[in-house]
Ligand binder design. Structure first.
Ligand code: WT7
Length: 645
């Protein structure tokens, strides 16, 4: 379908009700659930919690003292027990839990029983190294099976993990280890990326020069890469595992004990340590995995995210395994060795439910139909999207070319902070509109409000808010409760969660997410703060000042545009431009490399010296310039505008 036809269809309000045969078999096929769940909010969540195993049942479902929440008060539960022990007592014992494929094409399939034994062994390894309940464990790994094994082992003994995405730089890893005061780091001798080895251990060594809390580094052998090894501190995973016992009781954790910390970008240069706890988080991801992805015993679920991000935590590991699903995990890139790699995986394992990001879908669109057409995708029955707004053209392409016009698409809105999907269709009941995440999950209330917090009328736009707590919500920011309150619960009063997104509400009450309204960019579905990139740029010896904004990008959704003022003696050149891009990649990680650098002599500033990013955004987006009357020197924006083409 051409873009024009799509636009016309959307103007006509083309909608997609659930196909009859999908509806018939779905977990949820009756939309009265929304009403029921709202009437009995706590009962609704208790029903899901009751499907999990508790060492001791909770006394109360929720204690909500805004903005502080506690869920399943006094309940005792263990996440690893729920993901493993519960299943090995059933017919799932030898069902595939994780089907893993490495980039070079090696395959490992772990049944629930296999995974249980590996997790128990590694939990004993951690204990043997002195890791106790409450101690933090840092993880910096590529997508290898030892990653979920390590996570589950941490949860088994009650040691919160802090996973740092393998694409982050040594400095990013260092800062996160220091903030979490982690005792152990788990990494690998490298990871495969498009046929090359990513040098994780070298990065880790660099980070570890300044992290006194780390006592040991456990290294998984993945690439046979020749790596430095520090005697006494560094230990090989396979050697530690050789003699470890495969019996390890799961520690009964309080529902509100910390399960993990995950750092994410905010509006300052310092990432925030989002804290998730145990009972509510597991209940929330369990419920949404089951209902949003409509997973049944026979399904094979593939979420293509990296476990280094929250999507992988919740929907590769904890949600699917708590449900007893077969979860596919892939180490590599979608275009290596060729652009049909994903579709080959769908075909090979008979994937039934597939969850990916709009940026990937737009790349597939550019590569063309021929790649998916090389494979039999007929096992697919449901598709999902996450990470950024999905443009209707990408939605339609996904629907027709991947789903063959038979699979519903769940466009799921959520965040690192929310832990679980909050705004989403339920595929057996919701009539879909391409580009809309539709409605809040049953029992939850979302709205779109104006500056003052007044709900906008249908058809209006404003700020997205959540008006109810939810079980997997973040409880605080690690060691920074003030920032927790200020960032999320200050704008409209302590009972209303402000996620930082703009949205509109249509005449049917459907929510359309428009993107961030703060100084956070969304590049390929990854969150990057403008401030982090700016501080990386001014860290370069040639740079005097920098301002960074997002600019629309065909594949990434948003790309990064940096306006840079050089120091007096420096002059602009394409070499310097390349060097600055590289520098940001080294300081933060390759995902943060600016796409465009604009050298300028000045930046638009107010009389008090504040950079007016809003005007730079207008320039980057090629829009009419907004109000420039408060500028100290209004000629500067015109000059910059001329140099951006
Ligand atoms: C931000 C959260 C949790 C998913 C991975 C990203 C944007 C996420 C959607 C969606 C429009 C979306 C928002 C949000 N976002 N999902 N379906 N439609 N926007 O997690 O790094 O914490 O980023 O991603 O802007 O605030 P994250």
């Amino acid at each position: 379908m051409s873009d024009e036809t799509i636009e016309v269809l959307l103007e006509e309000g083309k909608v997609f009700p659930p196909p009859e045969d999908f509806k018939k078999q779905a977990w949820v096929k009756d939309d009265t659930i929304y009403e029921k769940a709202e009437k009995d909010f706590e009962g609704f969540w208790a029903t899901f919690a009751e499907e999990l195993h508790w060492f001791k049942k909770w006394d109360r479902v929720l204690e909500w003292d805004p903005p502080w929440a506690k869920w399943f008060i006094n309940g005792k539960i263990n996440v690893s027990y729920n993901c493993l022990d519960r299943h090995i007592q059933t017919f799932r014992k030898n069902k595939a839990a994780i089907i893993w494929e490495g980039e070079p094409g090696d395959i490992k399939i772990y049944t629930y029983w296999d995974l249980y034994r590996e997790v128990c062994k590694f939990a004993n390894v951690l204990k043997g190294l002195g890791v106790k309940k409450g101690d933090r464990v840092a993880i910096y790994m590529p997508m290898v099976p030892e990653l979920p094994i390590a996570m589950l082992a941490c949860t088994r003994i009650g040691a919160p993990h802090s996973i740092v995405f393998g694409g982050f730089s040594p400095a990013s890893l260092r800062d996160r280890i220091i903030d979490a005061e982690a005792k152990i780091l788990i990494t690998t001798d490298g990871g495969w990326r498009r046929g090359k080895v990513v040098a994780l251990k070298e990065n880790a060594d660099e980070a570890l020069r300044e992290t006194p809390s780390i006592e040991h580094v456990i290294v998984v052998k993945r690439t046979e890469n020749d790596i430095p090894f520090k005697k006494g501190r560094d230990l090989w995973w396979h050697e530690l595992m050789k003699d470890a016992s495969s019996v390890c009781e799961a520690e009964p954790m309080d529902a509100e004990d910390i399960l993990y910390i995950l750092y994410t970008s905010g509006t300052t240069a310092k990432p925030k340590g989002v804290v998730h706890t145990t009972g509510g988080y597991l209940t929330g991801v369990y419920a949404t995995t089951k209902w949003v992805f409509d997973l049944k015993e026979e399904d094979t679920f593939w979420c293509t995210a990296d476990i280094g991000w929250v999507t992988g935590h919740s929907y590769i590991v904890y949600g699917p395994l708590a449900l007893g699903t077969t979860s596919v995990m892939f180490e590599g890139a979608p275009d290596y060795p060729d652009k049909d790699r994903f579709w080959g995986i769908v075909e090979k394992y008979g994937v039934t439910v597939f969850y990916t990001a709009p940026t990937a879908i737009r790349a597939f669109m550019q590569w063309g139909k021929k790649y998916p057409e090389m494979h039999d995708l007929s096992t697919l029955r449901l598709l999902g999207s996450v990470g950024e707004p999905i443009n209707p053209a990408a939605w339609m392409w996904y629907y027709e070319t991947i789903g063959k016009s038979t699979c519903p698409i769940v466009d799921t809105w959520w965040q690192t902070e929310t832990g679980m999907i909050l705004i989403t269709p339920l595929p057996g009941v919701t009539t879909l509109k391409p580009g809309s995440a539709t409605k809040p999950f049953p029992s939850l209330k979302a709205d779109v409000v104006d500056e003052k917090g007044t709900p906008v009328p249908p058809g209006g736009g404003g700020y997205l808010v959540m008006k109810t707590p939810w079980p997997a919500m973040l409880r605080t920011l690690y060691k920074d409760p003030d920032r927790y309150v200020k960032t999320y619960w200050d704008r409209y009063g302590k009972e209303i969660y402000f996620p930082g997104d703009g949205a509109k509400k249509d005449m049917d009450g459907y929510i359309w997410i428009l993107g961030r309204v703060d100084d956070v960019m969304n590049v390929s579905g990854h969150r990057i703060s403008t401030m982090e990139v700016e501080s990386a740029l001014v860290d370069h010896p040639a740079v005097a000042e920098a301002a960074v904004v997002a600019r629309p990008h065909d594949v990434k959704g948003q790309g990064i545009m940096a306006f840079v003022i050089l120091k007096g003696e420096q002059s602009a050149s394409s070499e310097l431009e390349a060097d600055l891009k590289k520098h940001v990649g080294t300081v933060i990680g390759p995902i943060a490399r600016p796409d465009w650098i604009v050298f300028t002599e000045d930046l638009p500033k107010t009389r008090s010296g504040k950079i007016m990013r809003r005007l730079l955004k207008d320039i980057a987006e090629g829009k009419e310039l907004g109000d420039t009357t408060t500028l100290r020197d209004s000629s500067i924006v015109e000059k910059i505008k001329d140099s951006v083409k």
